[in-house]
Each structure stands twice: as C-alpha cells, then as structure tokens.
Ligand binder design. Structure first.
Ligand SMILES: [Zn+2]
Length: 89
C-alpha cells in the first residue's frame, strides 16, 4: 500500500534530523554524511532545517565572539564562583 512509501520517507527524515547536530559538528562517519547529504538533495524540508540550524550556529558563534569581551567573561566566571560559595554557606 502507499502507506509503506510514506513510512519509509518519514523515517529517512527522522534519521536525517536526528543526525543534524552530528552532521553540523562533523562527528559523523563519511558513510553517514553521504547518506544524509543525498537525502538533503531530495528533501527540501530537511535541507531547510539543516540550513536554518547551520545559519543559527554561525549567527550565535559570531554574536558570542562580538558580545562577550574577556573582562565580562571573567566577571561571569567570578559571579558563578561567588554563587558556589554562597550556596555552600
Ligand atoms: Zn527529509
């Protein structure tokens, strides 16, 4: 029945989306990467999801570099250390 085809497609998408982070982090084997990138060629919803996540990562990465100077980073570390002390007391 046609149900079988749909189920197959959906699980391909599930697999692709499950591996999204591994794919973007470069943690997958060549086989897995190849499988997913060929799925993305055929499946625009998944491709959009990957693109979106990819863009988001670049955005967050560049924003974080710009917006968190070393001084602030140290103050945050101090604040966290301070919290630890307060909790211990
Ligand atoms: Zn898909």
């Amino acid at each position: 029945m046609s149900d079988k085809y749909e189920t197959h497609e959906a699980s391909d998408c599930d697999d692709a989306l499950r591996e999204l982070y591994g794919f973007l982090d470069g943690e997958l084997t060549d086989d897995r990467r190849h499988l997913i990138s060929s799925h993305l060629d055929d499946c625009s919803p998944c491709l959009e999801a990957f693109d979106f996540e990819n863009e988001l990562r670049h955005l967050v990465a560049s924003k974080c570099h710009d917006d968190v100077p070393d001084g602030l980073r140290e103050r945050i570390a101090d604040a966290i250390a301070g919290c630890d002390d307060a909790e211990v007391e």
